[in-house]
Each structure stands twice: as C-alpha cells, then as structure tokens.
Design a protein around this ligand. Structure first.
Ligand code: HDL
Ligand code: ZN
Length: 436
C-alpha cells in the first residue's frame, strides 16, 4: 500500500513508472501519437447504418454531391440551379469533379477532403474522370467497407441524426430492425420545435391528438410522442438546431414546447439536450440543402436555459465564429453546459485552430473537441484526419507552454487528456445504458 508522499517523492515515484516529457521534440511526438491513435466517439453526424438502406450514403458520387461542394461549384460555373437539380447524381458529380478538381485546384476544405479520401484508398487524386474511383467504390463489399472506414478514421462510434417525422426513416425504426452497434441515435426535434404548424398534421397522422394552439392536452401528446420515440430509438440525447434569433425566454410556441414538453422529458428520461444555434435556413432557397447560412446568436439564451435547468445536461455548439468565445465563458459559469465541436462553416483548419486554443485556455480539457457532421461514410476519414492535425498542434502548444511554466506531463497524462476531449466528456454526459 503506497502511503502519502510529498510532491518531490511523488514526482520521483511517478518518474520511475512514467518518465516526465521534458524534451519538446519528445513531447510533440507523444501528443501527435495520442491524437492520431485515440479513437473518437463522433457525437453528431448525418450518417446512417447499412440497415437504413439508401439513406446510408457512401462512394464517390455521394461524396462529390455533398452540399458543401454543390455550393462551391456554383461559384465557378455559369449554371442555373434548377438546371443542376434536373441532372442525375452522376452528371452532378462529373460536373463538380470537372469544376472544382480539374479546372480549378481543390483548395477548399471540402474539396481537399475528397483528395484525402482518394489518397487514403490509394486512388488517383488528379484523374481527369471519375472512372477509377467509381470502379473502386462499386466493387467494395459494403459491410467490409464500413468496417474499413471506421478503422481508418479510428472512430469507435457515431451518433446519427434521427427524425421520427421522416417517413422513410420512421419505417425502418417501426420495423424494429437491429441497428449496427457502432451507430447510436439522437432524437432530432427541428420539425416539432421550429415548424410546429406543419408538424401538427404529421403528428396527428401518427395518432397524437395535438392542436396548433398549445394546451395541456397537446403538451401531454407531444410528451407521449417523445416517450414513444425514446423507447423505440434509445437515443443518447435529444437535439435541435436553432436560428440565430433564438431567444429564451420567449413568448413563442417553441418556448412553450421546450419548457413544457422537451425539458421535462429530458429530465425524466435522463437525456441531455443538444442545442445547435445560429443557422439561418434557406438564405438562398434555390440551392436547397446547400442554401443555409449563418448568423450570430444570443448566448444569453443558453445561459438562462442552463440556469433554469441545473439538473439537465446540455450539449451546445454555435455556428458563428463570433459566438465561440462567449460560449467558452458561459461554460465556465454552468457545469451543465458542454461545448462541442466546430460546426459546419467553422470546420475549417484556420477556425478549428482558433476555437480549440481558446477552449483549452478557458476550459482546460472540459469540452468536446470535435464532431464530424459527416453525411457520407468516407467523410469520416478526412474530417477526422484534418481535425486531428489541428487539434494536435493546439495541444502541443498548450503542453509546451505548461512545460515552460514548470510542469512536465507524462505520456499517460497526455493520453488521458486526449481521451477526455475525444470520448470521455461525451460518455460522461450520456451515461445511460447502451451508451458507447
Ligand atoms: O442542422 C444540422 O445538423 C447541420 O449540420 C446541417 O445538417 C448542415 O446541412 C450540415 O450538414 N452541416 O455540416
Ligand atoms: Zn449536422
């Protein structure tokens, strides 16, 4: 039994077991190794497991028709959106490849991501056509390909985005199919909370006696709807994306549904609530899914929700770069607030670098460093490879600064810290049976 030790003997005791990394080159090597090798729990994606059939997107044509690349393509061709939307997926992919990868250099983050994926599979990254890539993806055994991609990206588990009011998706869940254990559900509430008028008939069709005017009966029926889908999906959390003008409190329908249905359900079911704030839907409707924009939001709304609901755990991310520092400060005030990821328009090396550094400086390792938001399977490879590089650099800087201040760390301490950023902070928040 080791008795109490003074700090000197403790350091020498630790040192005997684990050398302190006092050499900056060695320190960088250990940080890069830990960040490279630590498996992640990817807490927000739009991926679907194979059991969801055609909703499970993979391969070069799905990769190239990613809405990020569609938006970028329109900037470099003379083409009316309606003409593009009439094309087949293959024709769209050929146009995007020619425009962004042949006639221009793929320098944007989303375009460079395709290059990272092609290189990872040993495919040509500057071919004139997609013949080789199509041949490769078409000849993969799908289940083995899913395994290989998870292995390459070192992703332990992903959380999907599951919309019970999407008829195609609901059909899979209602058939009680057994989902690949690496894929976990998140109960997404955008239609209920942000589009109540159109949600009412959809809920009514499914046997929930709700009215547009919110009354006690409607609230009870919304809660029954939530409980039914929590039972069916076993989600790790409930989630909603919210506009840049989201206010809390507010005197709108969303406020009543949050207060009277969603938050009490989160409390009763012990589920965290994920708030993704700052999206402006349909800024350019002609671009469809590629037409959303960003707006600076009001972090005070999150502070009030955390203050009023200290027994509910919140995941929070903002879409505007200008909100990130305020989010860090809010997280210092509320220990039930877990900042996560560099969402969407923020998921670019220059901004991931800034956000990660300010989070480390203000929060230590008490945040979730990243999520991929992947929509197509192989995006896991590039989104995590690119993020790991940037996060590793931020951590090397932080440990090197700590060393200069007089405190060296061991390799095991670095592994512990990286695991916290990549999976343990998430796991602690969703500590429910069946969590990854
Ligand atoms: O609302 C969301 O979850 C966003 O991530 C949108 O799905 C967006 O279209 C996206 O894919 N961002 O990466
Ligand atoms: Zn998303």
């Amino acid at each position: 039994m080791v008795g109490m030790m003074d700090s000197g003997s403790r350091a020498s005791f630790t040192e005997k077991l684990e050398p302190l990394l006092t050499d900056e080159v060695e320190l960088r090597r250990h940080v890069e190794k830990a960040v490279e090798e630590t498996q992640v729990i990817d807490m927000h994606t739009h991926l679907f497991s194979i059991e969801f059939g055609k909703m499970a997107l993979f391969g070069i044509d799905d990769l190239l028709t990613y809405h990020y690349l569609i938006a970028e393509m329109f900037r470099s061709v003379e083409l009316k959106p309606e003409r593009f939307w009439r094309m087949s997926k293959r024709e769209q992919a050929d146009l995007i490849w020619r425009t962004l990868f042949v006639e221009n250099s793929p320098l944007s983050e989303a375009a460079r991501g395709i290059v990272t994926i092609l290189k990872a599979f040993g495919l040509s990254t500057n071919a004139a056509t997609l013949d080789e890539a199509r041949e490769f993806f078409a000849t993969q055994d799908v289940a083995k390909h899913f395994d290989r991609v998870f292995e390459m990206a070192r992703v332990k588990a992903v959380v999907m985005t599951n919309d019970p009011l999407d008829a195609r998706e609901a059909h899979v869940w209602e058939n009680g199919v057994r989902i690949d254990a690496r894929f976990h559900a998140a109960l997404r509430l955008d239609r209920v909370l942000n589009d109540w008028t159109n949600a009412v008939p959809k809920l009514a069709e499914r046997g929930y006696a709700v009215e547009t005017a919110i009354d006690a009966k409607t609230v009870a029926e919304v809660r029954r709807f939530l409980d039914d889908w929590i039972t069916r999906m076993r989600p790790l959390y409930m989630a909603v994306s919210l506009p840049d003008d989201f206010r809390f409190p507010s005197d709108d329908v969303r406020d009543r549904l949050l207060r009277e249905a969603v938050l009490p359900t989160a409390r009763a079911a012990g589920l965290p609530l994920s708030l993704m704030i700052g999206v402006r839907r349909g800024v350019n409707p002609a671009l469809r899914i590629a037409g959303d924009g960003v707006g600076r939001a009001d972090v005070k709304a999150v502070e009030r929700m955390c203050a009023e609901n200290p027994d509910v755990r919140f995941f929070v991310t903002f879409l505007s770069r200008e909100n990130q520092h305020e989010l860090c400060v809010a997280a210092r005030k509320f220990s039930n607030l877990m900042p996560f990821g560099c969402w969407w328009f923020l998921n670019n090396p220059s901004i991931v670098a800034e956000i990660t550094r300010e989070r480390i400086e203000l929060l230590g390792t008490s945040f979730i460093a990243q999520h991929s938001d992947a929509r197509i399977l192989e995006q896991l490879i590039y989104k995590w490879k690119h993020s790991r590089r940037v996060i590793a650099d931020a951590l090397v800087e932080a440990y090197t600064r700590l060393l200069a201040s007089g405190r060296a760390v061991t390799a095991r301490e670095i592994e512990r810290d990286v695991a916290r950023l990549f999976s343990e902070n998430f796991r602690r928040w969703v500590a429910i049976e069946g969590a990854p």
